[in-house]
Each structure stands twice: as C-alpha cells, then as structure tokens.
Design a protein around this ligand. Structure first.
Ligand code: 26Q
Length: 820
C-alpha cells in the first residue's frame, strides 16, 4: 500500500511534467485533474490491451450493446474504486497537499443520455467488465450531451453541454478503424453472370471516426470498451468550389456531415421522427456493424461463423437499422444469398423494449426513410413481405391482425415490429413490464411467437451507486460482512443477519445523517439553499414526465400547506421535499410542472406558518454526479408513476440500496422491490395496473367527481388558479388545472392523479408517522439495503447471459481458430 502510494505520487508528478511541462506548484486544477486521471488510465490500459487480445485468441464470444445513449457520468473516482486504489490515491493526493473531492469536480459528466435507458447501458458495461464478459458498447460521440438545466426566474432554462471543451482524457481515437457511411442516392440493380449486383449511385459519404473509452469493472482483467463514433466530412474543404471562390459551398458539405454527431436529442420516452435523428442512428449502427464484420473477416476469413462469436443487443428500437444493415453487407458486399444472410441476422440480434407509452414507439415515414437509406429500405421491404407470408400461415385470412403486425403499413416503418420479426429474443425490463408486453403492447406477436418473449428485471451497478457514492455505508458494511459483496451480489443477504443488531442499526442511521449533511452542504455551496438535516428528506428525482406524476407530489405538498394554514398547530411531520428533474425543452406541460414546483416552493418556504415545517427545494441540473450525492441522503424514495406505465425504473433501486424507504405504486420494478423487502418496509398506495386498465377500457374515470367529493383535492387544486401562487410574466397555472379537470381532447387527468390522491395522502401519513418511530425506521431503512442484492446489475447481466447471449461457452476449434 505504501509502495502503491509512492508510485502514484511519482506518476502524477510525472504526468504533470511530461504532459503539461508544469510542477505541482505551477499547475492549474484542470492539469492536476488530468494528470491524476492519466495515471489512473495507464493502470487500466495495461489490462485492456491484453484482455482484448486474449478474448480473440481464446475465441470468446463478444456482446455488442448497441445504444443511442450511454449516460456514463464521471469516471475518475469510479475507476479508482474499481481498481481498488481509492485509499492509496487519497493518501497520495493528501501527501501532495491535494484533495480528491476538489479534483473530482474538475471532470465534466459524460452526459450522453437522457435518463433510465442510457444510465442502464452504462451500468451494464460495469457489470459486463466485472463478470469478465467480452463486451463493446456502441454509440455516438455527441459533441454536446444532454443540456444543462438552469433555473432562472422560476423556470427551466437550457444551456448547452459542451463536455469536450477541455478535452477528454479517457478517450482514445482510433483513426485506423475509421469507416465510411453512405446516405441518399439511388439504387441500380444489374443482373450479371454472377447474379444480381447492386450499384448505389450519387450517395453522399460521411466518415465515422471511433473513439474508444475503457470501462473497468471491479477486480477484473477484462475492461469493456465503449466505442463512440464521431462524424467527419470525407474530404476537408471541397477545393473544387473553393477555387471558384464559392467559399460557403466549400464548407457546406463538411458542416452537413459533422452535424450528425453534434448533439443528443433531449426527448425521453417520446418520438418525433426527425430525419437527423435517423441519420444519427444509421450512422453509428452502420459503422459498428461494418467494423464487426471487417474485424471478423480479417481474423477468421469467413463470415458464416459470425453468430458464434458475436451477439448484438438492441437497446430499445433506436439502433434497429443495424439489422437490415448487416443483411445489406452480407448480400451486397459479401455475396451471401437472402436466406443465409437473414438467418445470420436473426441468430445475432436481440431486442430490449424499455417503454410502454405508445408515443415512444418509433415509426418512420416511408418516403423520408427511402430517400435517406434507399438500399436499407429495399431490404426492410423484403423482410416485411416475407414476414407477412409467415403471418399468413399463422393467421390465415386475418388481414386486420396481419396489418397491425407487419413492418411497413400506413406509409410508416414500425421499428418495434421489425425487431420482433427478426430478433431471437425480445425482453421487457421488469416482471410486470414483461407481462405487459406479452398481454398488451405486443400481444399478437406473443401469441404467434411465445418463445421469443421474456422479462429481465433491470439492475444498477452497486459499485457506482453504493461503493462510490456512499463510501461511509460501504465501510460500515465491509466492517460487518467483509468486502466480498462488492464482487458477489449474493453476499448482500448477509446484511439481513444484522437487522436486530442495534449497534449496526445506529451506525447505519449515523451514516444516513452524515449523508444528509453532505447534501445540505452541497446545496448551500451550489445553489445557496439551506435545508435542515434533521427533517425527513422526501425525494422525487427522475426525468420530468406526466406519467411519473411530479404533479401529484406537488399537489400533495399544497395540501399539507393547506392543513397547516387552516390549523398552524396541526401535527405535520417536518419534511424537506426534494425534487430533481429535467424536462424536454419542447415539452410545455413538463416545464409548467417545474414552474409550479418552484412557485409552491416560494409560497411554502416563505410563509412563517409553514417554513419551519415544510421546505420545497429543486436541485438544479439533475445528473449522474449530483445523483451520487442526493441518493445516499434520501429517507423517502418517491416512486409514484401511474400503475402500468413505468417499465421498470432504476432510481427506485438506487434509493433502496442506500437505505431509503419506497413510497410508491405497484408499478415497474417497485413490484420486485415489494417482494424483496416485504410489506413491512415499503409504503404502497394507489390503483393497480388492472384497475387502471378497467377504467381505460370502459371510460369510467371522471376526475371531476373526485374534485367535487374530496375537499382536500379541491382546495389544493384551487390554489393553481386563485392567485395564491407567485407568478412571473403573468404566466398562470390554469393549463395544469384545466388538464386535470377537463383535459386535452376530452381526456381529463390522463394519469389518474385525482384517483390516487386520497390513497397517496393516507399512505404518506403512515410513512411519516413511521419515521417518527425511530427504532422502527432504522430497521426499515437497513432492511431496504439488506434486501437490495437482487437489484445489482451483475444479477441482471448474468440473466441476459443465461437466457440470451450465452457468452463464455465456446472453445475454439482448430478449423475456425483465429488468425492473429
Ligand atoms: C426515440 C426516438 C426519437 C426521440 C426520442 C426517442 C427516445 C429517447 C429516449 C425514446 C425513449 C427514450 C428513453 C426511454 C427510457 O429511458 N425508458 C426507461 O428505461 C429504463 C431502463 O430500462 C426504465 O427503467 C424506465 O422505466 C423507462 O422509462
């Protein structure tokens, strides 16, 4: 350890000198961060190079995880934790008069994702590496990640996220692996002596340049690779135009190409069918598939064995064009016949669905698609025709059903249908969601192909979300059950034996308090907000979406305010309500809800009657790095989506693991949390999926009846329009009021807020009352951590492997052995 420390000091000082020509005294904070990070990176690279070579040599199968988003967050401290060098680095930096927490803040979050789906992809890479499964994540090197959120004059303002501004020490450019991606043009079919030849004319090319980013798991020799593709023009300036003095035309082509990897679209769970987005998806999937094919060909000389060595996971439908792209390459460039090419694709691809909302199911206009990707369109058309033939055998004469199931219809291409038609397995992301896709979303497909469908419950990497984010709790656990659980999730169960150990429970709550103080300090420092660590921290943190019901939560806060205004001596538990959420910039209703939360905060926090009891705060710019501070500090985890709409949720798991008690509906993975933790350590309320389904089917739900019959609801809602709330620029909250009682297109309260309000109120009271019984609460909190083992992403990845990928099962055979 002492030796390690000295070596680390030497490495950091060496990096400063050789990379920046600086001594420690002269160096800037950024240079110190970079030197520290480079010294960590060296320790990873040694393993990385070896591991990739070994994997090929041993003929190991590799998973390609294709995803438009990887929400990685910061890497520095996480990598130290995973290399088990945290203490050594801390000591080394201390000797140099430096503080790791300060250095950490120099790193910009890699915010290449919107929320759950992107963060899940990031957690999976950590587990894939830890379990030593060869894995490559494929995505786009967006120049701008998800926008940064500022709160200005009571509303959200978006600021661009120029995360690469100061460079990125973790990435390594691989110019030798650059490939060309072709768009537009026309397709000519020529019959020759060798059969049909496809000639693609008048296309325009964009170069795809890969940047690799090593992902080191815990105690592993097999770092995973995140490969991010960046778009570049094929040529620099077009000298043809330049020489004629047409300067703007000369740079135009270049700009058109490079816009592809410029920015991440900020819509979560919502589809808008924009051409640029399709270009992004084809860009990174084509590049990834081309790379896979050419590498395999170089090593093995034969592409028939592809399915033996690669499996491809499609993270929601965004990367679906990878399927026809692989078929295209095999047909047009490698001379395969249709049946052979199709068979290879169907043995390689699998699809994960992440969303129940119909507005998030991806569809593309046929004309737009054909113009952008003419050859890929032809291939999808053949897949569709053959699929219709297959469906006709299963459902003879049932054209209605076949039309619903086919890939191309109503002048649209339905990407989910394409995935289900071709992929070997289709999975949902929790038990409930797995059932919902079978019985509702993809019901006809399930009846026709029952073996394709399964549910695999999501997970989170407890290395980042516990060992890194909550080091004090981790140390406490290590003291009692040893460090084995960091690699072996099943050892979480040992914590259960401690639930009657009062010393442990007291220490557990002491750690929680420390984390609450840490959050209070953070808020004071970053937003100049003061919160009281001796109140309950009740946290609702996730993307802003109507189905996640931030509006229900804030209406309930208004209700508690009303209770105190009516009777200042009423017994209301002291609570800090903490919200954190980004709204898609074009989602007006979501932005209105943020405005409402901020306005309610102003009202409640400034009113002498309530300000010592209730406090409403909004954490600006919810991100991976501030989630790491927020989550360990929570007492109550709000998971209150309308039943049947949250596919899984993963924040719910992070809170639980850090000892927060869930207050939630029976939705998504809350169902599994309930099963794991038991009814005595969770607070469940509200309509269940079937109740909602019934009301939807019969159209029986009338929110206005709840308004009329429930005075609490009425009084809370009326505050939106009676002038109680501070408004700016004359913007009111009548739209929100209206949406609940009268609705858009006659659908009032689509997300059943008023239906669930009474039940929420009762359960909230039970929950805050339970908090007042300290002995009981510490048991509940610790029980949540103790029962959270199954939500480790290692369990999830093991399940993907057992049921879908089957990696680690191959021995190289002499005939198809690698040639390196
Ligand atoms: C697609 C096309 C065009 C524009 C936007 C999109 C788009 C972008 C992001 C569609 C969906 C998303 C994100 C979906 C998502 O994050 N789903 C979440 O996935 C988590 C991981 O499985 C689950 O835990 C959440 O329940 C689910 O909402």
């Amino acid at each position: 350890m002492e030796q390690n420390k000295e070596k680390i000091k030497e490495d950091i000082l060496g990096k400063l000198k050789r990379h920046f020509g600086k001594t420690l005294e002269e160096a800037t904070k950024d240079q110190i961060y970079k030197s520290t990070a480079l010294s960590v990176r060296d320790r990873i690279l040694e393993k990385w190079t070896d591991a990739n070579r070994q994997a090929v040599l041993q003929g190991q199968k590799r998973v390609y995880y294709l995803s438009a988003e990887f929400l990685m967050g910061r890497a520095l401290v996480n990598n130290m934790v995973n290399l088990q060098l945290m203490q050594e680095y801390q000591d080394a930096l201390c000797d140099l008069g430096l503080n790791l927490a300060d250095i950490e803040e120099q790193e910009h979050d890699a915010g290449l994702g919107n929320g759950g789906l992107g963060r899940l992809a990031a957690c999976f890479l950590d587990s894939l590496s830890t379990l030593e499964f060869p894995a490559t994540g494929c995505s786009i090197r967006y120049e701008y990640g998800l926008f940064k959120q500022r709160l200005v004059d009571g509303e959200q303002v978006e600021v661009n996220d120029n995360w690469l501004e100061k460079g990125n020490v973790w990435e390594i450019a691989r110019p030798e692996d650059e490939v060309e991606v072709r768009f537009g043009g026309q397709i000519e079919e020529n019959w020759t002596a060798d059969g049909l030849k496809i000639n693609h004319r008048n296309y325009y090319s964009v170069m795809a340049m890969p940047y690799d980013y090593p992902v080191i798991g815990y105690d592993t020799d097999m770092p995973a690779t995140l490969r991010l593709w960046s778009a570049r023009a094929k040529t620099g300036l077009d000298m043809h135009y330049f020489n004629r003095g047409d300067y703007s035309r000369a740079v135009q082509e270049r700009e058109i190409a490079e816009i592809i990897s410029k920015v991440l679209y900020p819509e979560d769970n919502h589809e808008q069918g924009r051409m640029l987005r399709l270009r992004q998806f084809y860009f990174f999937t084509s590049a990834s598939i081309q790379h896979m094919v050419s590498k395999h060909k170089a090593v093995f000389g034969d592409l028939h064995t592809l399915p033996k060595y690669f499996t491809l996971q499609i993270n929601d439908t965004h990367p679906t064009v990878a399927i026809p792209e692989l078929i295209r390459i095999l047909l047009d460039e490698e001379g395969f016949g249709w049946d052979e090419a199709y068979d290879i694709a169907s043995r390689m691809f699998n699809y994960t669905n992440h969303t129940i909302l119909s507005e998030a199911l991806e569809r593309w206009n046929v004309d737009m698609f054909r113009e952008l990707l003419p050859r890929v369109y032809q291939i999808i058309k053949v897949i569709d025709e053959k699929f219709v033939g297959k469906l006709w055998e299963i459902y003879p004469g049932d054209w209605d059903r076949i039309n619903k199931m086919r890939i191309i219809a109503d002048n649209e291409i339905r990407m989910a249908n394409l995935c289900i038609a071709v992929c070997g397995k289709v999975n949902g992301v929790s038990q409930l969601h797995g059932e919902i896709i079978k019985s509702q979303t993809f019901r006809d497909f399930y009846v026709a192909f029952p073996d394709k469908f399964l549910g695999i419950t999501n997970g989170i990497t407890h290395r980042r979300w516990l060992a890194k984010a909550n080091q004090d709790l981790t140390n406490l656990l290590v003291d009692h059950i040893g460090p084995g659980f960091i690699k072996d999730w099943e050892q979480f169960d040992r914590i259960k034996d401690l639930l009657d150990n009062q010393n442990f429970l007291n220490d557990f709550m002491e750690v929680k308090h420390k984390n609450k103080v840490r959050l209070a300090d953070f808020l004071k420092r970053t937003q100049n907000i003061e919160i009281n660590p001796d109140t309950i921290y009740d946290v609702h943190a996730k993307r802003l979406h109507e189905y996640k019901r931030q509006l229900l939560k804030i209406l309930h806060v208004i209700h508690l305010y009303n209770v105190l205004k009516e009777n200042p001596h009423a017994h209301v538990a002291p609570v800090t309500f903490i919200f954190a959420a980004k709204a898609a910039p074009g989602y007006v209703r979501a932005k209105d809800i943020i405005r409402l939360i901020l306005a309610v905060g102003e009202m409640v926090n400034n009113d002498p009657v309530t300000r010592d009891i209730l406090k409403v705060v909004f954490i600006e710019n919810y991100s991976v790095s501030n989630a790491e501070i927020l989550i360990p500090a929570a007492d109550i985890s709000e998971q209150i989506s309308t039943a049947g709409l949250e596919a899984s949720g993963t924040g719910n798991m992070k809170f639980m693991m850090n000892g927060a008690v869930t207050l939630g509906t029976m939705d998504g993975a809350n169902v599994e949390i309930y099963d794991a933790v038991g009814p005595d350590a969770i607070f469940i309320f509200g309509a269940q999926t079937e109740d909602i389904a019934k009301m939807e089917r019969f159209g029986t739900y009338k929110p206005s009846e709840y308004y009329e019959q429930n005075v609490n609801i009425r009084n809370a809602l009326n505050r939106l329009i009676d002038g109680s709330l501070p408004v700016r620029n004359d913007k009111q909250f009548s739209d929100l009021y209206h949406s609940l009682l009268f609705g858009d297109y006659n659908r009032a309260d689509k997300y059943y807020l008023l239906y669930d309000f009474g039940s929420y109120d009762q359960t909230y009271l039970n929950c805050t009352n339970a908090y007042e019984n300290k002995d009981h609460w510490k048991y509940m909190a610790a029980k949540n951590t103790a029962c959270s083992g199954i939500f480790c992403a290692d369990r999830t990845i093991q399940e993907y492997n057992d049921k879908i990928w089957h990696l680690h099962e191959l021995e190289p055979t002499p005939q198809d052995g690698p040639n390196i």
